[in-house]
Design a protein around this ligand. Structure first.
Ligand code: F6P
Length: 477
């Protein structure tokens, strides 16, 4: 039996976990993408196509918590070429403002094409006549066009979870035209911010030569593609409820007391990724200690760094640099039983994350570039008592919505120091006012609203294309 909704993503929304008896089982992964799409999947009885991690071959489709999952195996060569290589060694740094230098290798590109082709073929097999296929993220940008060629009957949406760069950066890519054409296989291409959508439309006009008008692209075959912003969000209510459970409340107390019940706790939770600005924020914090604005008896900085992409060289270098910096800061400023930075290189379940959010007085989110940053929104959702402060990079997509945060430029260490200090010294009235406003935003724009608006827009593009054609050729610039 086929499916009316097919989600195509690089990863399945589950992880392999060891049971105490040594056997293993699949558990839902805590990541943002899963939270975002799961509700739609359930409502539409969909199937999720993706890589389960590892190199195990010939896995059979399976179900976890009632979700139909279709595992796509990857060989060691494909992981190296498609995942670590082209996706995370080329596209990731290129799409994040060249925070690291992207590498361009033809064999990585070949592997990217081959894996995209395999995912498109499989999606074409699983989809019912007229089904909806929703393709996710930068690892899968060729799938829409490949799928369109195989199955013109399908409704195809694509959503990019990371930033889409300005033309000046994107055009470095030797395969820029192929990627643009790949995306144009979709009826609707969704971005986090309007700027990403505008970058895409401009590139399509300049590099592919199609006619465009505002957010619409007119293809020679008569199709219309819309490119628009759909800022992603979180399960706000779920997080707020979790944060209020007795277990999380008890764990919050435990965390504060284990840290010596300091006056203020600063918190950073990030994948250990060079886009996240962990190094710069810790330096800013260390300078505040060095300048005697407060000391380790008053405050502690808890930094959780979730291991990520550990086979990629840049990530290995970042880990070494972060380890060294934390060691130096603690050596310079720590006292017995009172480290300046409490550094954890590990991933944690949602319950522990919620307890950390509750324990934190100041959440510090300072990426150099970030599509959205759901951690910032999760922190806000957890503050059901309107307490707490958020220090947020202007270069995170979330800064467009969370205007009442202390907004910082992560390249400006002095600016970050001032913001951290202001958040540390802020009076309660100011904190509550800011948090209330941010909570209103994340409550209104939650993940259900996000998925809903994408789906509605996807249906509309199809209708639009039946009725509206441009009256004359026009290339607006
Ligand atoms: O933000 C982009 C993203 O690919 C997310 O979809 C994902 O949760 C995260 O980065 C981690 O990525 P990876 O699959 O490389 O571990």
């Amino acid at each position: 039996m086929g499916h009316d909704l097919v989600i195509v993503a690089n990863r399945l929304p589950v992880d392999r976990a060891e049971r105490p008896d040594g056997t293993s089982e699949w558990r839902p992964s805590p990541g943002g993408l899963v939270t975002a799409i799961e509700p739609v999947m359930r409502a539409e009885n969909g199937v999720w196509l993706g890589w389960p991690g590892g190199t195990e071959q010939d896995l059979e489709p399976f179900e976890v918590d009632g979700l139909d999952l279709h595992p796509m195996s990857m060989t060691a060569e494909e992981i190296e070429g498609h995942y670590e290589g082209f996706s995370n060694g080329t596209l990731w740094p290129l799409y994040h403002d060249l925070v690291a230098k992207p590498e361009f290798h033809r064999e990585w590109w070949d592997s990217y094409v081959a894996v995209n082709r395999r995912f498109a073929d499989q999606a074409a097999e699983l989809a019912n006549e007229g089904a909806l296929v929703w393709v996710q993220d930068y690892q899968m940008q060729l799938v829409p066009q490949m799928l369109r060629e195989l199955r013109p009957d399908l409704r195809i949406g694509f959503y990019l979870h990371i930033p889409f760069p300005p033309a000046e950066l994107f055009q470095q890519l030797p395969w820029r035209r192929q990627l643009l054409e790949g995306l144009l296989g979709a009826d609707l291409v969704g971005f986090q911010l309007p700027g990403g959508a505008a970058n895409f439309v401009r590139l399509v006009r300049q590099r592919v030569g199609h006619k465009t008008h505002r957010d619409l692209v007119y293809l020679p075959d008569g199709r219309t593609v819309r490119a628009a912003a759909f800022p992603i969000s979180i399960d706000t209510q779920g997080f707020e409820e979790l944060a209020q459970t007795p277990e999380v409340t008890a764990r919050t107390k435990e965390i504060r007391s284990a840290l010596g019940d300091p006056r203020k706790i600063f918190l950073g939770i990030d994948r250990l990724d060079y886009t996240k600005g962990i190094y710069a924020r810790l330096r800013a914090y260390a300078e505040l200690l060095a300048d005697d604005h407060f000391d380790v008896e008053d405050a502690v900085f808890v930094q959780v760094a979730v291991p990520s992409r550990e086979q990629v060289e840049e990530y290995q270098r970042l880990r070494d640099e972060t380890d060294r910096l934390v060691g130096r800061i603690n050596g310079d400023h720590g006292k017995i039983g009172r480290p300046a930075i409490s550094y954890l290189h590990s991933s944690y379940p949602r319950e522990e994350m919620a307890a950390l959010y509750r324990a934190a007085d100041i959440m510090v989110v300072t990426p150099y570039r970030d599509g959205m940053n759901l951690v910032a929104k999760e922190y806000v959702a957890s503050q059901y008592d309107d307490a707490g402060a958020l220090v947020l990079s202007e270069f995170a997509g979330a800064a467009d919505e969370l205007r009442q945060a202390w907004l910082v430029n992560p390249y400006d260490i002095n600016g970050m120091k001032s913001a951290l200090l202001e958040a540390y010294q802020a009076d309660e009235k100011d904190l509550v006012k800011r948090m209330k406003a941010m909570r209103k935003t994340v409550k209104k724009h939650d993940v259900a609203a996000w998925a809903d608006s994408f789906m509605t827009a996807l249906a509309d593009v199809r209708d639009h294309r039946k009725t509206v054609r441009p009256s004359r050729s026009r290339s607006d610039g």
